[in-house]
Design a protein around this ligand. Structure first.
Ligand code: CTP
Length: 400
């Protein structure tokens, strides 16, 4: 998987820098071309001669090569890379990356890189546990970077705790797995609807629901991480996603979501209808704020919204898969089977209402996948990210 891939190995000033030599060897052995970029502090821990001998390329550390004056272009390097791996990543480098402090070659290269970035923090336990480090790591995660959590164990300070850089073999496996996963659904196009819809009553009020969008976003991210191109049609949510293969189209109402979904469905192999679409919208939109003192006991007349899943079901072609979600309180399987037929779905993912850690707002979910013939596949209560992986695994089997 890594043969011929261009990997930038970023090394910073931590005692774990000696382990970067083993990591470099693993990449080279796997056939990757590795360019080492080391910070000035990193050079205090490990000599560039060892690194250039093993990588077969001069190690880059400064913006200019001192004896020739040649400029080391961080822009070209950033574009050259298929992956950037920063191991060890000190608290200082993580803070610079998180906040765009471009004062060395490694951070400027990071800021120019378009490729996936893997960060393996290494530092003393208290530094790692500090809220500042946690916040910076969260920022990196929000940029779409992959954080390879440090292990717990004896540290250079002889204290015992979390902060040891993950072992080179494990860092290598994470990167290798990333590339093998990215090939799984390469060439496939997926449509995901997520979040609630808001149906306007007047300029300040709407009908909405509690959907956070977390499940739909997790599914979109899982598809993208397997190499699929994803269109995520999202109602108003508080979460964001940052994956180069996900195109987010933000909408507000069910009608807007329906129009976009119909337009995007044509070129897709799969559509996953995860949105909690409002079934009804106010019959009329009131242009001016409804005034309390002028309106006693107002009556809100509602009209039915389009059923997006059913509309896609009508348009579905032979090679396309259409997957619905459902929340049922009783006769789960019968109602799900009826919905599959009514909306021409291929299968439905049933959320369990029985578990309080399932459904709206929480980070976990418990689902059952029901097929057209009634076959039911039950899954345990899991984090939504893992539920998304189960659902994508199931869809992948049906696709191939
Ligand atoms: N759905 C949709 N458009 C709607 C309503 C639902 O696309 N207007 C989709 C949902 O995203 C979900 C599936 O249809 O994938 C089932 O949603 P659900 O609310 O359970 O279905 P309803 O048809 O609204 O049935 P119910 O009478 O149970 O509310």
């Amino acid at each position: 998987m890594l043969k011929g891939k261009h990997v930038i190995l970023g090394i910073t000033g931590g005692i774990a820098a000696y382990k970067s030599v083993s990591l470099l060897r693993l990449f080279v052995k796997a056939g990757a071309e590795v360019q080492v970029v080391i910070t000035p502090a990193g050079r205090e821990f490990i000599t560039p001669v060892t690194l250039s001998a093993l990588s077969g390329r001069p190690v880059i550390s400064e913006f200019f090569t001192a004896n020739t004056g040649a400029w080391n272009s961080h822009v070209d390097l950033g574009l050259w890379a298929d992956a950037m791996v920063i191991a060890p990543a000190t608290a200082s480098t993580i803070a610079k990356m998180a906040n765009g402090v471009a004062d060395n070659m490694l951070v400027t290269t990071y800021l120019s890189a378009k490729a996936p970035v893997f960060v393996a923090p290494a530092m003393d336990l208290d530094m790692f546990a500090h809220p500042s480090t946690s916040r910076n790591i969260e920022l990196l995660r929000s940029y779409g970077n992959h954080i390879i959590q440090p292990a717990a164990g004896e540290l250079a300070s002889h204290l015992v705790g979390k902060g040891r850089m993950e072992e080179p073999e494990n860092i290598f496996s994470v990167v290798e797995r990333f590339f093998s996963l990215s090939a799984e659904l390469a060439g496939k196009k997926v449509l995901v609807t997520a979040g609630p819809t808001y149906e306007r009553i007047d300029p300040v009020r709407f009908i909405g629901n509690y959907s956070s969008g977390k499940m739909g976003y997790a599914i979109a991210e899982e598809f993208a991480s397997r190499g699929a191109e994803v269109v995520l049609v999202s109602g108003p949510v508080a979460i964001t996603c940052n994956h180069p293969r996900i195109r987010v189209i933000s909408v507000e109402s069910a009608t807007q979501m329906c129009d976009v979904a119909i337009k995007e469905f044509d070129g897709c192999d799969v559509a996953v209808m995860c949105a909690a679409v409002a079934d009804y919208a106010p019959e009329e939109y009131v242009e001016h704020k409804i005034k309390r003192e002028k309106t006693d006991n107002p009556v809100l007349r509602l009209k039915k919204n389009p059923d997006i899943a059913a509309k896609l079901g009508e348009l579905k072609k032979g090679h396309q898969l259409l997957v619905g979600f459902a929340l049922e309180t009783d006769n789960e399987t019968e109602n799900a089977k009826d919905k599959i037929k009514r909306k021409n779905l291929d299968f439905i993912v049933l959320n369990s209402l029985a578990d309080k850690n399932s459904c709206f707002g929480v980070d976990t979910n418990k689902v059952t996948i029901i097929e057209r013939n009634g076959d039911a596949h039950r899954y345990e209560l899991k984090p939504k990210k893992e539920v998304a992986a189960d659902i994508v695994d199931f869809i992948k089997e049906k696709l191939c």
